[in-house]
Design a protein around this ligand. Structure first.
Ligand code: NAD
Length: 364
C-alpha cells in the first residue's frame, strides 16, 4: 500500500500526523513516502508542486493530503500560489470524481445550525464532477463588444460544457456508489434552462438502464439547495456537475456544524485517489495543537475503502471515531460546554482514535 504523504501548510502537518498514526494502528503493509507541497514546497524548492513531489505521487497508489495555503502567499503570481498544487494534482492524475460525504454524528447534532430533528443522523454523499463544466470550458475571457462605448473590455464570458464521455464516467461512478448504499441516486441539474444540463440529464437516464436496481431521480439545482436545508435526510447520494457540486457540497458541509469533521476523496478511473479534509490550512490556529484531525482521519478511512478496497479497515476507523465522540472528546471547533464532554487537542484526539482502534482490533 504505497501512500504519498503531502502534509502541506498550516495545520496540515499536525492533522496528517494523526491520520498516519491511525493508519499505522491498523497494522497494514504501508509504504509511506513524504513530499513537500504548497507553500512549504515553494519555500524550499520554489514551486508549490515540485517535480520531485509529482514523482513520489506517481509511484504511489494514493495521496494523503493535508492542506495548502497561507495569506502570506496572496501576493505571489497565480501559478506559484500554494492552491495551484491541488489543481495541478487533480489535472495530472485526472481526478474527476470528488466524493464528499456529509455525516452528522448524533453526538454533534447541536453543532448544526439546523434543528437537531432535521439533521440528526444525516448521512449523505455528494459526488461532484471535478474536471469539467464552466470552470474549464473554453473559450473564456473578456472582450470588447463591437459597439462598445469603452476602450477596455465590455463583457466577460465563460463556457459551460460537458462531453458525453465525461458525463458517462461520473454517472457510472455515482450509480456504483449508490449501489453500495441505499440504491437511491439524485442527479442535480438545471435542465430546464441550460442545454449542457439537458444533455447531462439525458445521459444520466441512459446510463441508469445499466443499473436497474438503483432508483434515479432528477432535481433542479435551485430546488436541491432548498431541500438540503429543508429535509436533507431525504437525500442519499447526489451526483452533479462541477459548479453546482462546489456550492451544494459546502452547503451540505455546514449542515454538519463543523468543517473539521468532513473528509473528501478525489478519484480517477483507476481508483488512484487524493484524500484530504474538506477544510483548508487554517493558518489562524496553525501550530497551536488545537486543530481537529478527524476530517483527515476519516479521509484516510475513505482511502482504505476506495483505493485499497479495504472496507473492514475503513469501517474500523469510522467506528473508532464514533467511539471517541461518544466518550465526549471534542476539539475546540466542536466543543460545547456541557455534561460529559472534554476539550482535547489534536494529538489527544488522534491518540484516542488509535486507542479505540486497538480496542476494536483486540476484540476481533
Ligand atoms: P480554512 O478551512 O482553512 O479555515 C476556515 C475556518 O475553519 C478557520 O477559522 C479555521 O480555524 C477553521 N478550521 C478549518 N479546519 C479546521 C480544523 N481541522 N479544526 C478546527 N478548525 C478548523 O479556510 P480559510 O481560512 O478560508 O483558508 C485558509 C487557507 O487555506 C487559504 O490560504 C486557502 O486558500 C487555503 N485553502 C486550502 C484548501 C486545500 O488545501 N484544499 C481548501 C480551502 C482553503
Amino acid at each position: 500500500m504505497k501512500i504519498a504523504v503531502l502534509a502541506g501548510d498550516g495545520i496540515g502537518p499536525e492533522i496528517v500526523a494523526q491520520a498516519v498514526a491511525v493508519l499505522e494502528a491498523l497494522k497494514l503493509p504501508l509504504q509511506l513516502e513524504y513530499a513537500l507541497v504548497g507553500g512549504a514546497a515553494y519555500e524550499a524548492l520554489g514551486h508549490p508542486l515540485p517535480e520531485a513531489t509529482l514523482e513520489i505521487c506517481q509511484r504511489a497508489d494514493a495521496i494523503l493530503f493535508g492542506a495548502v495555503g497561507d495569506w502570506k502567499y496572496d501576493s505571489l503570481e497565480r501559478k506559484l500560489r500554494p492552491e495551484q498544487a491541488i489543481l495541478g494534482l487533480r489535472k495530472h492524475f485526472g481526478l474527476f470524481a470528488n466524493f464528499r460525504p456529509a455525516i452528522l454524528y448524533p453526538e454533534l447534532a447541536n453543532a448544526s445550525s439546523l434543528k437537531p430533528e432535521i439533521v440528526s443522523g444525516l448521512d449523505i454523499l455528494i459526488i461532484r464532477e471535478l474536471t469539467g463544466d464552466i470552470y474549464f470550458g473554453q473559450p473564456r475571457g473578456r472582450r470588447a463588444a463591437s459597439d462598445g462605448e469603452f476602450d477596455g473590455a465590455t463583457e466577460a464570458f465563460d463556457t459551460m460544457r460537458y462531453s458525453e464521455p465525461e458525463i458517462r464516467r461520473i454517472a457510472h461512478v455515482a450509480f456504483k456508489a449508490a449501489r453500495k448504499r441505499s440504491k437511491r441516486l439524485t442527479s442535480v441539474d438545471k435542465a430546464n434552462v441550460l442545454e449542457t444540463f439537458q444533455f447531462w440529464k439525458e445521459i444520466m437516464i441512459e446510463v441508469s438502464k445499466e443499473y436497474p436496481d438503483v432508483a434515479l431521480d432528477h432535481m433542479y439545482v435551485d430546488n436541491a439547495a432548498m431541500q438540503l436545508v429543508k429535509a436533507p435526510k431525504n437525500f442519499d447520494v447526489i451526483v452533479t456537475g462541477n459548479m453546482f457540486g462546489d456550492i451544494l457540497s459546502d452547503e451540505a458541509a455546514m449542515l454538519t456544524g463543523s468543517i473539521g469533521m468532513l473528509p473528501s476523496a478525489s478519484l480517477n478511473t483507476k481508483s488512484f485517489g487524493l484524500y484530504e479534509p474538506s477544510h483548508g490550512s487554517a493558518p489562524d490556529i496553525a501550530g497551536q495543537g488545537i486543530a481537529n484531525p478527524l476530517a483527515t482521519i476519516l479521509s484516510a478511512a475513505m482511502m482504505l475503502r476506495y483505493t485499497f478496497n479495504n472496507s473492514l479497515g475503513a469501517t474500523t476507523i469510522e467506528v473508532a471515531v464514533k467511539q471517541v465522540l461518544a466518550q465526549g472528546l471534542r476539539t475546540a471547533d466542536i466543543f460545547q460546554a456541557g455534561a460529559g464532554t472534554t476539550k482535547v487537542g489534536t494529538v489527544e484526539m488522534g491518540q484516542a482514535v488509535v486507542e479505540a482502534i486497538n480496542g476494536i482490533m483486540k476484540k476481533t
